[in-house]
Design a binder for this molecule. Sequence first.
Ligand SMILES: Nc1ncnc2c1ncn2[C@@H]1O[C@H](COP(=O)(O)OP(=O)(O)OP(=O)(O)O)[C@@H](O)[C@H]1O
Length: 315
Amino acid sequence: MTVAKMKNIVKRYGSHLALDNVDLEIHKGEIVGLLGPNGAGKTTLIHTLAGLIKYDSGSIECFGQSHKTHLQEIKKHMGLVTQDITIFEDLTAEENLAFFGGIYGLKGAELKQRIKETLEFVGLSDQAKKLPTKFSGGMVRRLNIAAALTHQPKFMIMDEPTVGIDPQSRNYILESVRKLQQNGTTVLYTTHYMEEVQALASRVVIIDQGHIIAQGTIDELVQRIQHEEKIKLEVGEASDELVARLEKLDGVKQVVRDGARLQIISQVGAGNLDRALSIAKDFGGVQSITAEKPTLEDVFLTLTGKQLRDGGDAS
Ligand SMILES: Nc1ncnc2c1ncn2[C@@H]1O[C@H](COP(=O)(O)OP(=O)(O)OP(=O)(O)O)[C@@H](O)[C@H]1O
């Protein structure tokens, strides 16, 4: 069953084309990982789907109903966890959830019960009466998620819910997302952390410059580049000239520099390991060289030409 369907969605900010004919279908029970470099259009896509911003053309259906005619009804069954924290600092954890539950028409005993269950779900039951100003960053993030969950949405949209938090809270959130899926909730999840996608996603969608450039299971995406290998090279001096010479080798698709480390995506069997080694010897020597099978990170790199996070630490 289709939970959400975007067809030929175009969204412009002035003259900037942020979504360029996006087609996306999300099925019941999936966790879809939405990946893209900075500025690719992830937040725009999510906010469009959640009905927060208007699109210029195309159509969106959620739960079989059109955004154009049934947006208010659709919103009742959606939860949106935004990148920015939306909870109120001067309300306690349970007052925050009462506010957000109230927006969705919950009241009385039902609201109380939902608040209790939701705080339990995110592991904040013992913090119900406390103000978020007393919380750690991870606890604030968990309350931010709880605020989008109190009304038990069928479709949960999460925009980088683990940014800037400690590993323990992060694991807690990942575990909660898995539990949501087990309870039948469909999830669309954006992140810059490849390992989160690998741990959670049933399907991955890669977006770049407003286009969806690939989608499929992790295995399907890795299959697409199985004819490629990744050569990792550490050199004395990773100069522009060295990069240019490596880029000119037959079969080389990408050369990415991170300090003295270089990653070369090359066609398997092109013999570029030996060639790279001999070229690099002219540039201050080689500290190490290895060839590896590509990972999802490399799929991303090959398709977008960029690493998932700035600074090359995409572990
Ligand atoms: N309100 C706005 N007005 C003008 N341009 C915008 C606006 N919001 C986003 N953009 C531009 O649209 C493009 C897509 O932005 P968006 O925030 O959707 O990307 P993103 O993939 O979520 O990026 P990030 O990973 O950095 O959060 C970017 O070039 C951005 O600068």
